[in-house]
Design a protein around this ligand. Sequence first.
Ligand code: F6R
Length: 594
Amino acid sequence: MCGIVGYIGDKQAQSILLNCLKRLEYRGYDSCGIAVGGSSVGVYKDAVRVETLGQASPRFNGTVGVGHTRWATHGAPTQVNAHPHLDCTGNIAVVHNGVITNFEQLKRQLTGEGHNFVSETDTEVIPHLIEKYYDGSLEKAVDAALRDLEGSYAIIVLMGGRPELIIARKDSPLIVGVGDRGNFIASDVPAILAYTGRVIYLEDGDIGVITQKNIKISRDGKRVDREEHKILWSVEDAQKAGYEHFMLKEIHEQPRVIRNTLGEYTRVVDLAAGSSLIGEAGMESMLMLASGTSYNAALVGKYIIEELLSIPVMVELSSEFDYYKRILARSVTIAITQSGETADTLKAMKKAQEAGCRVVAVTNVVGSTASRIANQTIYTRAGPEISVAATKSFVAQLMVLYWLAMTYPKADARRSAALFTELRQMPSKVQQVLDNENAIMGHAEYLSKYDNVFFIGRGINFPVALEGALKLKEISYIHAEGLAGGEMKHHTLAVLSQRTPVIALLAKDDTYGAMLTNIKEIKARGAPVIALAGDGEEAIEELADFVINVPRVDAVFSPVVNIVALQLLAYYTAKKRGCPIDFPRNLAKSVTVE
Ligand code: F6R
């Protein structure tokens, strides 16, 4: 997704902008650019990586500027389509994240009025509109331009000769980083973490005027106060710390992430007093909304919560929720989103609220849009997740779901007490999986030679099969499909052969026997089987071609150890195939468009 940055202060802007853009690279992009303001505006942009841009760019003198990483939507990833975009005079530069839906009509109109367009982008109408309305006040011109726009935007506007940046947002995230000797603007926190941890989140409809010393935010012409948040992530959290990829570092962080996330809630939830993570005593049903990996976490949550609380849980894809005609207004709704900015999930949350549901956000980003829309927010403590492929956030989401179920007053007290003891052992169980990395690497080398891989699981491991396939597919580009073991006979047996390995997830629960039968059916069709099973499962060692051993745990926790093994498997398979693991093609970390 596009990323935007801005800086105004007492230092040269160019190197700060490039540094911030580097930290936005993880969102995915195909071109980038900067504009630095002095008496005029200097612009350099191209369809290159940020590092190359920095090397090739002329040196601009100025202490105010904007930068952009573009993820092409309107027009190919070319130099001319890259941001910043300029007006006819070349003195107004705009960086934009979002989509202007009425840009064609505006472009026709502005062209008729004599404006000259050079790019195919929707964004270019914005500087031209500002130019049209400019009458001495940049803020007023931006305000007038925004009234003509339909769609979504987070923008930063720079004008030569003016020591200010004008910013605005609607349905796209934008933050202001408060510095001691200058201020920063960015799409998200990691971009500016090296400079400041004090952050203000803009809300939809806000317009800001940012100078070196002042931050003025208004809405509908009236000044508003926006709370400043302290971000506890450190710069090191957002760096690779010697690992080859962010994904590998984040996989290895998981024991700590589990401890941090659980630690957070052991403090706030007083079990003896009977308080729960969600303050809803008479919950009769639950609705969960999420996308991608977070959706798979929600599906695992369905099995956890239905087992422990005996209430029905519906899990829906955020992107489909808009098409549903009937919603149970009394369902407590849990919206799970790592970034807290996924457009589909934000829209689904609003729809659930309009239908009368109380919405609890489970998110990793303090102050994110989801946290501000929700009636209640539960934070995961995964730290910044930079790799596009989500790993530690998934496990942190599971921890919240376990905790939420186990502390709920209706939960079976004896079962919960036994599970608590085991939950506290999860960091060391996950560490044991990580210690088995070398063996998993060997299986990854084997897998890397295939073009189609299936993952199967039943019960609580069905969504883990979905997530294992999602992970392998997105970073290795191998076609991978996850499915419920029971579905094989309904379709997928038809395509099995020696060229289609199947990864079977075993847990010692009521699915075990049926999974063994699945493995036999698969073997009978000649497909190789890699089984994921608790240590010392002899029956499986005889049946499967290969076994990846994971520590024995209560079946309700098997998703935690299984997914960590599957994350490593995906990682090393992608590495063997030479894929750009942290930045898979065509994908973005934060999906802020529908
Ligand atoms: C996959 C992945 C995506 C996200 C999805 C939702 O590894 O990261 O599928 O899970 O885009 O993102 P959030 O959780 O930020 O709403």
